[in-house]
Each structure stands twice: as C-alpha cells, then as structure tokens.
Ligand binder design. Structure first.
Ligand SMILES: [Cu+2]
Length: 168
C-alpha cells in the first residue's frame, strides 16, 4: 500500500514538473514569436528605399546624358548604365571614384584589363562595361558627404564622359 502510494506521488510530481517545464517553454516560445513578428513588421523596420539612376550615352557621342547625381549620405544607390549607343565600338560604363587624385591612374590601368574596370582601391563602385544595346548596373551605399567624380573608363572616353555624384 505504501509503495503504491509512493509510486503515485512520484508520478504526480513528475506530471507537475512536466507541466511547469512545458508551460515555461511555451511562454518563451511565444515571446520569441511575438518579437520576430514585430521585427519583420514593415511599419517598424526603418525604410531603406533604393535611389535608382539611369545613365545613358548621348547617342553615339562620348557624353553621358546625366552628369549630376544627388543622394543623401548612407543611402542605397543603384546606377544603371543603359547603353543606347548603336555603334559596336561604343561600350560604356559608369565608374565612381572615391578619390579624384587617382583619376589618371585608374584611366591608365583601365586600358590594361579586359572590361576596362581595373582593381583599384580608389574605385567606389562601377556598373561594369555594357556593350551597345545592353545594360549593366551597380548597387552601393553612398559614402560620406562630398563630390565624387564618375567616368567611363573605356579607353578614349574618360575625358568627355564624366559626371559628379554629389553626396549631401
Ligand atoms: Cu564610354
């Protein structure tokens, strides 16, 4: 009789502990769910809208149609090189420099590499070179406020295919 009672007590205790543990796990779990739902809410997430700019050549001339791009510091920027040129010898890119003193170095290095985008620390971002009737693009975070030169690094294009990225 005593043994039976003791066994029943242990079983009861076991069930109670189990229930408490399950309750705690459930509470923690539901808290986590609530937190993640709040985090994924579009109204609580800070909006990071993409600033999209399309840059084209002026027909078959060595000029960009957009020569000034303005963005706020720390914003997401997408630049598209939409190469509307019709002459096959007119590939173009938009390459933005962090540092204008590297301009000549980058232009010279560009002549040495296929695709005309050299590996250079002074390059902030580059769309890569688009063949005529093709498009390329690049997404980057705008740097600290300042005026940054962008150019087409295809040999012979850099003197006239230029613009400025103004970061405010
Ligand atoms: Cu070009």
């Amino acid at each position: 009789m005593n043994i039976k009672n003791t066994a029943i007590s242990y079983i009861t205790l076991g069930i109670l502990i189990g229930a408490v543990v399950l309750f705690m796990l459930f509470s923690l779990g539901s808290d986590d769910n609530e937190a993640s739902q709040k985090a994924s809410s579009p109204f609580r997430r800070s909006p990071t809208s993409m600033n999209v700019f399309i840059v084209r050549p002026m027909g078959n001339e060595l000029r960009f149609d957009v020569t000034e791009i303005r963005v706020k510091a720390g914003s997401q920027v997408k630049i598209i090189m939409e190469n509307t040129a019709s002459i096959t010898s007119m590939p173009h890119n938009v390459t933005i420099l962090k540092d204008d003193t590297a301009l000549n170095r980058v232009i010279t290095a560009a002549t040495q590499v296929p695709g005309y985008i050299p590996l250079d620390a002074a390059i902030l971002a580059s769309t890569g070179t688009a063949s005529p009737e093709a498009s390329t693009d690049v997404v980057f975070t705008s740097p600290e406020p300042g005026v940054y030169t962008y150019l087409c690094t295809v040999p012979g294009h850099a003197n006239s295919m230029r613009g400025v990225l103004i970061v405010e």
